[in-house]
Every structure is written in C-alpha cells, then in structure tokens.
Write a protein that binds this ligand. Structure first.
Ligand SMILES: C[S@@+](CC[C@H](N)C(=O)[O-])C[C@H]1O[C@@H](n2cnc3c(N)ncnc32)[C@H](O)[C@@H]1O
Length: 249
C-alpha cells in the first residue's frame, strides 16, 4: 500500500512548520551527515527519490551535477519544490517511485533522504534502484533507524514521574511490516525492517556498502536544541552509501 500522507493538508502544514524551524533534526543531525557522504557530482546525472520541497536536489545541482531530477508522490511537495527552485538542469515530477519509469543503467547518483521507511516493498525498491544505476554509480539514503521503527504500541521513551527520560525501550524488533503512528496526525504508516534485511537487500541487489552512519548530535547541536541530546542515547537515523557493482544483472 502506498500512503500519500504529505498531501493530507493538516499533516503537510505541520510538517512544513517543523522544517521551517531554524533548529530541527534535519538541519542539526540528518542533513550534515547525509551531505558528508555525497560523492563527486561534477557532470553527474542525479535522481532524488522522495525529494520533498527540493532542497537536496538543489544542493546536488550546486555541486555541479549535469542533470537532477526530484520525484515525490506528493503534489504538495512538488508544488513547493517548483515554487522554490527553477533551473533548466533541475526537474521535479509528482510520481511515486514505484510507478516512475527508469532507464536501465542511466543514473550516476540516486539519493533519498528520509523516504525509504514509507515504502512497503523494500526489495522491489532496491531492485529498481540497482537497475537504474550505472556501473559504479552510487546510492545514498537515510531512513528512520530500525530501533526507532520497531516498537508497535508502546511509548518508546520511558520517563519518570517528572518527565525525565529514564531509558529507551525496544520491542517487536524482529516483527517486520507496517507500523501505524501518530506523528503530526494520527494514522501515519511507516514500515519497519531489521538492519540485516536492509543490508542483505542491498547486497543481493549488487550494491556494495561503502559507509554506514548512525549520526550522533554534536555538542553544538545540543546547545542549539537541547532536546536533541537524548539522540546520543539511541540511534535515530540510519544513513548508508553503496556502490553498484560491475557485471551485476
Ligand atoms: C520526510 S519527507 C523527506 C523529504 C525530503 N527528502 C527532505 O529530506 O527534505 C519524505 C518524502 O518522501 C515522499 N514519499 C513517500 N513515499 C513515496 C513514494 N512511494 N514515492 C516517492 N516519494 C515518496 C513523501 O511524499 C515526502 O515528501
């Protein structure tokens, strides 16, 4: 099942308000680590999956990419991206990646920031990416860490009566599948998969892992946003860079 929650207007407005904050998890934790793993993009053909309002696609263009395409299932997001960025070498398209047409071996760099946990079929997703990448092309993605997506019905942070965080509780880790969460609105569907499933799916689809990051907030980040300090105690995001192996069919 494909859920297009970003076209729910209440969700979209709350999400955009979150992203507009000067200090948020994306700016302080996920993006600095994600961008640190971007390869040389000079004259490269780039596809950004789940591009949102286009910031990372525009970043790739600024790094010298010859062409960047951002795709997203959400019309709200694509409209926001088109309002923000206009360039002959940057295109946006409203389409679910599952339904997008890709030409075999045509893309040098495929990126996806915080979208993979919305995909129901991870194997099909990675297979299609591997097909689209050229030999030695790079996949870089971030997603909610499996430790964050595992729990089903419990509050993951266990607090004392004063609301201080005591510890992070983990359950249902080995039960993969969808999770319905309340995040900004009720009924947000995400998918949980174990670390071994994520890694093995890359491996069997001809993608060689080059780097894995589980970002830790810097001292500077905790100074700007004190509530982010708890992310030192558990991994919040998983970031992987992988390379398409030669002769993979
Ligand atoms: C958390 S947002 C991240 C947006 C952007 N990558 C960023 O970091 O600013 C996740 C995005 O993935 C998109 N998305 C979810 N499922 C998708 C799918 N099946 N195909 C394409 N985009 C999808 C959502 O619409 C949303 O814009």
């Amino acid at each position: 099942m494909k859920q297009n929650i970003y076209d729910n207007n209440e969700f979209f407005q709350k999400y955009q308000a979150l992203r507009a904050r000067e200090n948020n998890y994306n700016r302080l934790l996920e993006q600095p680590n994600f961008q640190a793993l971007v390869p040389d993009l000079m004259e490269r053909n780039v596809l950004d999956i789940g591009c949102g309002s286009g910031d990372f696609a525009a970043f790739c263009l600024s790094k010298g990419a010859s062409n960047v395409k951002g795709i997203d299932i959400s019309q709200n997001m694509i409209t926001a991206a088109e309002e923000k960025y206009s360039h002959a070498r940057l295109q946006f398209e409203q389409v679910a990646f599952e339904d997008a047409e890709v030409i075999e071996g045509s893309i040098d760099f495929i990126s996806s920031s915080l979208a993979f946990h919305y995909f129901a079929d991870f194997d099909a997703l990675i297979k299609k990416i591997s097909t689209a990448l050229c030999t030695n092309g790079t996949l870089l993605f971030s997603m909610e860490h499996p430790i964050v997506t595992a729990n089903k019905e419990m509050d993951s942070w266990i607090c004392d009566t004063q609301g201080n965080y005591l510890y992070y509780a983990l359950d249902n880790y080995h039960e993969e599948g969808y999770r319905t969460q309340t995040w900004l609105v009720d009924g947000v569907v995400m998918y949980h998969r174990t670390l071994s499933t994520i890694i093995n799916t890359l491996v069997i689809n001809g993608l060689q892992i080059e780097k894995i990051l589980e970002p830790i907030p810097t001292l500077e980040a905790t100074r700007k946003l004190p509530s982010i300090a708890k992310e030192i105690r558990r991994p919040s995001f998983l970031i992987i860079r992988a390379k398409k192996l030669p002769n993979y069919i």
